[in-house]
Design a protein around this ligand. Sequence first.
Ligand code: AN0
Ligand code: CP
Length: 316
Amino acid sequence: MRHFTSVNDIPDLKKALEVAFDVKKNPFAYTHLGKNKTMVLIFFNSSLRTRLSTQKAAMNLGMNTMVLNVNEDGWQLESEMGVVMDGNKPEHLREAIPVIGSYCDIIGVRSFARFESREDDYNEKIINQFIDYAGVPIVSMEAATRHPLQSFADLMTIEELKTKALPKVVLTWAPHPRALPQAVPNSFVEWMVKAGMELVVTHPEGYELAPSFMGDLKPEYNQDRAFEGADFIYAKNWASYTSYGKILSKDMNWTVDARKMALTNRAKFMHCLPVRRNMIVTDEVIDSSDSVVIQEAANREWSAMAVLKMILEDNF
Ligand code: AN0
Ligand code: CP
């Protein structure tokens, strides 16, 4: 594997899971792999988990790490080609990317959907420029349409907790005051389908995910029906794809609460975090013993470490 931007970059998902569970058991067995290698983590958006878990994963592998928060520390970077740069962005990605690449061996990039153009977001305009111009492997730390390190940790968590070979996994939309990207739900669908899980996606009308991610899956518009017999409830808000970037509903009837959890097969509650309590999920549910959000976040260290290990082994 050279770059990691989606589940499709992983040649063998079962083997990748084995790598993740191995590094979780033996975090310091591979410090030689990253010796004298440097990873730059570049953030165009805020982060708590991704920043810390990916940096920790790189350090576990013996790598040096440098973090650049573009919006606070760096020059504002222009991403459009052919523009007259007379605005507030003094540097172009076209120079910045190869310069960053010249200082390191792997680059992690976080760059959310901008909601200015669905076409630009779904063509992954920013992370693809990194792939084209950096000259080193690129790891997505959440791009416009996917958050694969998150989905990998989600899959690990489900594998650790499932009590049957093919559990029923439900991805449910839930209300949120601001417009959020589709990256987490898109990626979650992609990974669950690839892992062969029984997946049900439920959301209000107008929140259909992109056909390129849903494939043959049809949404269940009745949230109660979707929850029936579920083994895992994965909650997430996202803005509309069809009315791109719009908030069509803040209906609090979609908040995950104890009544809905009672319809499930004593399901585990999952969320990628950060989560808005009593919008997405009630205190009662997230504070219950069925909530696995901390285990899920902790697995981010091991999903990142597995990905970095595979890249180091294949490229250096
Ligand atoms: C981001 C999102 O929904 O994509 C990051 C989640 C990992 N969430 C927020 O911006 C609140
Ligand atoms: N889940 C996740 O990616 O969290 P951060 O945005 O804090 O990195």
